[in-house]
Design a protein around this ligand. Structure first.
Ligand code: ZN
Length: 140
């Protein structure tokens, strides 16, 4: 396989032990890792600012991936954190904003960050949403 610029960037990132390639690849089973370079730069910037190793739950998704949406889900990073650790949650959100992610979703145990590279609506939209979860429903 010919190494493209993006493959070299991914290889470089993995050598620095920020992420291993399997964490970046599509999880549908296809193994595609066709990551937009702009997104990849933001992801690395996030990792450097956040400063805490983590295993991303989801990064690249191909069109066959369950839950894929052309609106925002082809490129995203779901950063896990300990439930009810509001300090860690804040660190993720702060690093996400400093890394220029303009779309943030908060769950009770992960923060979703994306920059919407293939969104066909308003590109500069800044949004923060809350996933349906126990604390949102007030159940605790
Ligand atoms: Zn796939």
């Amino acid at each position: 396989m010919k190494m493209t610029k993006i493959h070299m960037m991914i290889k470089n990132i993995c050598q620095r032990a920020y992420f291993v390639i399997s964490e970046l690849q599509c999880k549908c089973g296809c193994g595609t890792c066709n990551i937009n370079p702009t997104f990849l730069k933001k992801l690395i910037k996030f990792r450097v600012i956040y400063g805490i190793p983590f295993i991303p739950r989801s990064v690249y998704r191909c069109k066959n991936h369950p839950g894929y949406s052309t609106n925002h889900d082809s490129h995203a990073v779901d950063v896990p954190y300990e439930k009810e650790n509001s300090n860690q949650r804040m660190k993720i959100i702060k690093a996400g904003i400093l890394s220029d992610f303009n779309r943030i979703g908060i769950s009770e145990d992960f923060v979703h960050l994306d920059d919407n590279p293939e969104y066909n609506g308003t590109l500069n939209e800044e949004v923060l949403w809350i996933y349906p979860c126990k604390w949102e429903k007030g159940k605790k």
